[in-house]
Write a protein that binds this ligand. Sequence first.
Ligand SMILES: Nc1ncnc2c1ncn2[C@@H]1O[C@H](COP(=O)(O)OP(=O)(O)O)[C@@H](O)[C@H]1O
Ligand SMILES: [Mg+2]
Length: 237
Amino acid sequence: MDIALETEALDVRYGQIQAVRSINLVVPKACITALLGANGAGKTSTVMAIAGVVPNVSGKVSIFGQDMTGATPDTIIRAGVAITPEGRRIFASLSVEENLILAGAATTKSTTSAERRAMMMERFPILGERRRQLAGLLSGGEQQMLAVARALMSGPRLILMDEPSLGLAPQMVDTMFAIIEELRAEGISILLVEQNASLALEIADHAVVLANGKVAAAGTPSEIVGQDILKSAYLAA
Ligand SMILES: Nc1ncnc2c1ncn2[C@@H]1O[C@H](COP(=O)(O)OP(=O)(O)O)[C@@H](O)[C@H]1O
Ligand SMILES: [Mg+2]
């Protein structure tokens, strides 16, 4: 199995609080790996630790076979990793285009930032139409599309998506999941954090369930779906 991302005994601490406990995670290449679990289970902390953003981390992280333990966010971006953060974190008071320009500063590909912006506007025509509009005026779904476009600006091979469907209208949730499946079809590896477990399990190739900062279950969606461990992981918080 070709592996995009692997963590070994990953721990994350915030002072006295241990948010993530010895997590071993494997994200195969060109697959969707769902990371599931209740609020507070440690999903965002895991993602942020992989992205090199959280400081109090121990354990090992390797990305496309390279040891990235303790690497800076910058190095991790250059290794081909992008993130769509929880809550989208776009710049509401900047235009759509300015949001893409800022994301393009981290571009790793031979294409220029302007070329990649043009590609994003072609890929997501609504962003092209609204390029001069303030990002804060977009709908939730359009803002999430912008967050995905920002992530794609660096030409990533692995995307960490933290709750991309949160707060979206049902139709936009379907659109967003279709986009995630398209990215996989293009060969991009995806770690998909979702509260909506049943939906995530519909498109995922593999799933990992966290409870109280630990891996409670891992396997294929058919191995996980309907299991008590999934239900109890969600009831735990
Ligand atoms: N910056 C922080 N400082 C202190 N505790 C935090 C911080 N971020 C998260 N936590 C705690 O870590 C645990 C895991 O949180 P988080 O990773 O956000 O979970 P999830 O994304 O699964 O909801 C929770 O108990 C949460 O309160
Ligand atoms: Mg979270």
